[in-house]
Design a protein around this ligand. Structure first.
Ligand SMILES: [Zn+2]
Length: 86
Protein backbone atom coordinates (compact mmCIF):
# COMPACT_ATOMS: atom_id res chain seq x y z
CA UNK A 1 0.00 0.00 0.00
CA UNK A 2 1.21 3.48 -0.79
CA UNK A 3 -0.55 6.55 0.51
CA UNK A 4 -1.16 9.79 -1.38
CA UNK A 5 -0.16 12.90 0.62
CA UNK A 6 -2.46 15.37 -1.09
CA UNK A 7 -4.41 16.82 1.88
CA UNK A 8 -7.54 17.06 -0.29
CA UNK A 9 -7.35 13.55 -1.70
CA UNK A 10 -10.63 11.67 -1.31
CA UNK A 11 -9.14 8.19 -1.42
CA UNK A 12 -5.42 8.33 -0.56
CA UNK A 13 -4.70 4.59 -0.39
CA UNK A 14 -3.13 3.24 -3.58
CA UNK A 15 -1.83 -0.23 -4.44
CA UNK A 16 1.93 -0.84 -4.36
CA UNK A 17 3.72 0.06 -7.58
CA UNK A 18 1.34 2.89 -8.44
CA UNK A 19 3.15 6.06 -9.64
CA UNK A 20 0.23 8.47 -9.67
CA UNK A 21 -2.70 8.56 -7.26
CA UNK A 22 -5.74 6.77 -8.69
CA UNK A 23 -8.08 9.21 -6.97
CA UNK A 24 -6.50 12.68 -7.43
CA UNK A 25 -3.73 12.11 -10.01
CA UNK A 26 -0.93 13.53 -7.85
CA UNK A 27 2.46 11.87 -8.24
CA UNK A 28 2.97 9.52 -5.31
CA UNK A 29 6.03 9.89 -3.09
CA UNK A 30 7.48 6.41 -2.37
CA UNK A 31 9.67 7.73 0.44
CA UNK A 32 8.86 11.01 2.13
CA UNK A 33 12.13 12.87 2.87
CA UNK A 34 13.90 9.64 1.81
CA UNK A 35 12.88 8.15 5.11
CA UNK A 36 9.16 7.60 5.65
CA UNK A 37 7.12 5.14 3.64
CA UNK A 38 3.55 6.35 3.77
CA UNK A 39 1.11 3.50 4.27
CA UNK A 40 -2.33 4.83 5.06
CA UNK A 41 -4.41 7.71 6.26
CA UNK A 42 -5.26 7.48 9.95
CA UNK A 43 -7.25 10.61 10.53
CA UNK A 44 -8.02 14.15 9.59
CA UNK A 45 -8.51 17.29 11.64
CA UNK A 46 -8.66 21.05 11.25
CA UNK A 47 -4.89 21.31 10.84
CA UNK A 48 -4.26 18.50 8.43
CA UNK A 49 -3.99 14.76 8.22
CA UNK A 50 -2.27 12.03 10.19
CA UNK A 51 -0.71 9.09 8.36
CA UNK A 52 0.62 5.72 9.36
CA UNK A 53 4.15 5.31 8.00
CA UNK A 54 7.27 3.21 8.34
CA UNK A 55 10.57 4.81 9.34
CA UNK A 56 13.10 3.28 6.93
CA UNK A 57 16.00 4.69 9.00
CA UNK A 58 14.79 2.71 12.01
CA UNK A 59 14.36 -0.81 10.67
CA UNK A 60 10.95 0.02 9.21
CA UNK A 61 9.53 0.85 12.61
CA UNK A 62 5.90 1.97 12.37
CA UNK A 63 5.42 5.67 13.04
CA UNK A 64 2.92 8.44 12.57
CA UNK A 65 3.45 11.39 10.24
CA UNK A 66 1.45 14.53 10.85
CA UNK A 67 0.83 16.84 7.95
CA UNK A 68 0.12 20.51 8.39
CA UNK A 69 -2.61 21.60 5.98
CA UNK A 70 -4.76 24.06 7.91
CA UNK A 71 -8.30 24.48 6.67
CA UNK A 72 -8.24 28.24 7.29
CA UNK A 73 -7.99 31.48 5.36
CA UNK A 74 -5.74 34.48 6.03
CA UNK A 75 -2.20 35.06 7.25
CA UNK A 76 -3.08 35.36 10.92
CA UNK A 77 -5.09 32.14 11.01
CA UNK A 78 -2.37 30.24 9.16
CA UNK A 79 0.40 31.46 11.47
CA UNK A 80 -1.79 30.56 14.47
CA UNK A 81 -2.33 27.08 13.03
CA UNK A 82 1.44 26.69 12.57
CA UNK A 83 2.02 27.80 16.17
CA UNK A 84 -0.51 25.28 17.53
CA UNK A 85 0.85 22.54 15.31
CA UNK A 86 4.39 23.05 16.62
ZN1 LIG B 1 -4.47 11.34 -4.07
Amino acid sequence: MICCINPDCQKPENPDGQTYCISCGLQLVPLLRNRFRMIKLLGQGGFGRTYLAEDIDRLNQPCVVKQLAPDVQGTWAISKAVELFQ
